[in-house]
Design a protein around this ligand. Structure first.
Ligand SMILES: [Zn+2]
Length: 270
């Protein structure tokens, strides 16, 4: 188990029960681009069992805003942050505490820069899986757009030398940004093992969570992938998920697009 700890001296004073588990990159079946087989309520149940305090459901290019789910989360003692994983100029960005209309107005990184300027500390953005090959990873462009991000993700999928997180960690250190571990869960069993912990504060508010993420100390929990995880990921990325996507697209196809079967893609989003 890899547990990365920051500001070790401060942390030694914090007991285990004083840490709050946070996962800020999760998908559910509400996702408009991915085919996911668990609901937000199933996620909440699992999060409650595993002792999570803060979650963000980050649908692709859509803000999760079902008010009944936010109310149920609050009743369970979980802070749910309105969020989205948007793709800007081919690169994904996790946006926390945003509205659907704010996201609808984003076309490029310059728009995101302006939104961040207007919102100040009340918005928090993360560069997800920046140096991974699959999906919409930002890659070296992260250096040019670094001012668009408050933090850099420690991606859940790594094993030994197969670890593009090392480059992400270097960039984070270079620019003084926190690294944040997330699950990027697309399957329910994948949620719960990869997360960030922040010191508990008296009031569980979005403002306090963002302040804790910015100031640290943070505790990152991100175990390396097992052989079963690797096999399961390969099965999911190359077989199960493309098949589900194709089936879903087939169901939603209109007769006019049916003839253009070759335009269908089984592109994996992350
Ligand atoms: Zn994702």
């Amino acid at each position: 188990m890899i547990v990365v700890e920051t500001k070790r001296k401060i942390m030694s004073k914090i007991d285990n029960e004083d840490w709050l588990k946070v996962d800020l990159h999760i998908h559910t079946l509400d996702d408009p681009k991915d085919v996911i087989d668990y609901s937000a309520h199933q996620l909440l149940e699992r999060a409650k069992q595993l002792g999570f305090g803060v979650l963000a459901i980050t649908l692709h290019d859509a803000v999760f805003d079902r008010t009944e789910v936010f109310a149920d989360a609050a009743a369970m003692g979980i802070l749910l942050i309105p969020a989205a994983e948007v793709r800007l100029q081919g690169a994904d960005a996790i946006l926390l505490n945003v509205t659907a209309s704010e996201v609808a107005g984003l076309k490029n990184f310059e728009d995101l820069r302006q939104l961040r300027g207007r919102r100040g500390m009340s918005i928090f953005t993360i560069a997800p899986h920046p140096f991974y090959v699959l999906g919409g990873s930002i890659g070296p462009r992260l250096l040019e757009e670094i001012d668009c991000f408050d933090a850099i993700e420690l991606c859940h999928f790594h094993k030994g030398l197969l670890n593009p997180n090392r480059r992400a960690a270097k960039v984070a250190a270079q620019f003084g940004k926190p690294l944040i571990a997330t699950s990027d869960a697309h399957q329910l069993h994948a949620f719960g093992r990869h997360y960030t912990s922040i010191p508990r504060s008296t009031a569980l508010t979005i403002e306090n969570v963002f302040a804790a993420l910015r100031q640290g100390p943070l505790r990152l929990t991100s175990p390396p992938a097992s052989m079963v995880d690797l096999a399961s990921a390969i099965y999911w990325i190359f077989l199960a998920h493309p098949f589900k996507l194709r089936r879903s697209q087939h169901r939603h196809r209109t007769p006019s697009t049916h003839s253009r079967g070759s335009s269908l893609e089984s592109k994996s989003q992350t």
